[in-house]
Design a protein around this ligand. Sequence first.
Ligand code: PLP
Length: 379
Amino acid sequence: MKFNTKVIHAGVEPDSATGAIMTPIYQTSTYVQDEVGKHKGFEYSRTGNPTRAALESSLAAIENGKYGACFGSGLAAIDCVIKMLNPGDEVISTNDLYGGSYRIFKTIFEKYGIKFHFVDMLNLENIKDALNEKTKLIWIETPTNPMMNIIDIKSIVEMVKDSDAIVGVDNTFATPYLQRPLDLGADVVMHSVTKFLGGHSDVVMGALVTSNDSIAEEIYRIQNSSGAVCGPMDSFLVLRGIKTLHLRVQRHSENGKIIAEFLNSHPQVDEVYWPGFESHPNHEVAKNQMSDFGGMVSFTLKDDSLEKAKRIVSKTKLFTLAESLGGVESLIGHPSTMTHASIPREERLKSGVKDSLIRLSVGVEDAADLVKDLENSFL
Ligand SMILES: *Cc1c(COP(=O)(O)O)cnc(C)c1O
């Protein structure tokens, strides 16, 4: 089955009890047992729920994986990945990381004896330097948030294939429509389903997908043992969101290109970070591992001041000032005071998150209206 068919059909069977075409919202915590130890596949909704199960199959299918697992948030999914590790294990991650991922690594897991190396993954030598026999996980995010750096998944998989480390990819920004890390050799894919997969800014959820039997066993053990699962209503909403994923991300990408080009020619704009530009440092890698470039665009101002950036983000009307991304509506954010405020300024500047950096999640509205909205915000 091709991708555009999978988003609509994969994992979703007519309900066996009633024939309902859409997977019902099984709003139940528990299930009747015919006799002791004899049930219909579901015992308790932390362990498994039919609505969640349909979503987990759908997600596995669209990432070309065998197993999907859904969680109460993207961070709960990351929490599950790190809980597969033991004290003394080491993780190599990118230094240009979603702020919440950095926070869970530094403030939750470091104290349990797991060591994190944050390196610039654009230079693969940095990974080689940090790699040792204790390295158990390489954690990649690409495109990165908010600098839109592109990290070469295939080369990293190749580099660590003789080590004990598994490769995990946070595929939130790209979505499986644009990039499928398991096909590139990664072991586990993570999503903040909250973003493009949900797509309508009405659910917080996370997911993991893998094709590796023993990793899947660990994921399900932790999902059930730690219990950070999502509910059936949210699972239903995301099943519905996924049905238009291909249409939405195609339009996000078209609009993203128009906005990136508009900003690039604007006299007040300094740099535009969007992997579709030939001048983007890893444009070639992006072309190889992604099918298009998406609707996430960041830029800095020639006047690199907090004040100017704050003025712009408060003046746009269609681009709403808010955290998050990936919904049908356009959002504008100021990473250094919002999503990345938990990263110390020194660290932020090292990875390029300047005071004037503005991040756009370009929605699926009419592109001409979006351009006009940005134009007005510069006045
Ligand atoms: C939002 C986000 C997360 C965290 O997901 P939540 O659903 O907010 O917990 C992780 N990684 C990236 C790239 C994100 O954008």
